[in-house]
Write a new protein. Sequence first.
Length: 183
Amino acid sequence: MRHSQKGFTMVELIVVIIILGILAAVALPRFTNLQRDARISKLNAARGAVASAAAMVYGAAVARQGQVQPACPANGVVPNLNAVGTGTVCTQNGTVNVTLLYPAATLAGIIASAGLVQGIGAPTAATLNAEGYGTAGGGAGAGAVLTVTVIGGVAAATCSFTYTAPTVAGAAAVVSAINGAGC
């Protein structure tokens, strides 16, 4: 007569539990790194958008500098860009504040032109935070530095890049490399 085995032995169960424990110990740190990698990717995407927007607004500002412009279709505001290259330029999202032919280091400048927040007009800090970004510093003047951060990292201040408005006429705006230490 054959004896059929029903269930698992204690040794088999312990071996399976040990194997699952080893897999969990190896996989858990990798999931943590995926979150960091996602924040760094988001930061790189924002940096690319800011660099592209700065170049496009510069091109539009050079073409429209000192010219009378029609009202912006997005918001009906008439852009005004003086001979020095300071004022506003029309984009698909509305008017963008410009300093020395480049977007100003403000929410109504570079952040609005980069499209980090969907919608017409200048984003607010609340809408920017809802998209997972934060800012620090900035200003409408020449040489103003705006730090763009990604929320959710270990230290948001060191999960960032900076946009620096031109310091003098003829100089270019600068978008720094990302700092991913705190992501």
